[in-house]
Design a protein around this ligand. Sequence first.
Ligand code: SF4
Ligand code: SF4
Length: 202
Amino acid sequence: MDNNEYDELFENYRDYLKFLTIKLDSFFENQKEYIFCKMGCAKCCKNAEFPFSLIEIQYALYGFSKLPDETKKIIEENLTRVLEEKKKFKGEKFLYTCPYLVNNVCSIYEYRGVICRTFGLINKVTEGNPKVPFCCFEGQNYSNVLDEKTGQLSSKKVKELGLKEEPTGFNVSYEYLTGQTYEEVFEFSFGEKKPMIEWLED
Ligand code: SF4
Ligand code: SF4
């Protein structure tokens, strides 16, 4: 594919990504008193499934194609290692470190998937309790208001710290953000969805 063909393929998806970025930036800004993400943390890029749709993996691979050869080589080595682990894996849900993670930094940041863009926020699911990010329990996002005894976020701590916003969950579920509504509004299709590693082993 030449550049024009790529531009055509990704035109509407890029519009969606611009919209998504504005939306998620406003959530992160609203919750900034609880967000402690910093370059080199990247725990959220490890030990997970990473659902990706067809358009997302195509975009990630496009990002990969633009990388310097030495970075590509590291990613290919990462991928080989993950695929070997996957072959030996006997359970139901294979969790792995994303092959695009190089020196604890996303090598395809601009081209990363939708799920990657939501890491660190509280996911307000439609049923049940909002899902606090796992890193809250590892001293990161929202850990400043975590009650260690109950494992819940504490309004008392919010008051004691004089924080302006309550910890708030938003609907940042992968299913919602990659749902039909957005496909219709932005006139593109996400296509099939499956764990990233299953795209990369094809
Ligand atoms: S694509 Fe980038 S942000 Fe997403 S899981 Fe992989 S390394 Fe992390
Ligand atoms: S979301 Fe959590 S694990 Fe990921 S970079 Fe931010 S603080 Fe680290």
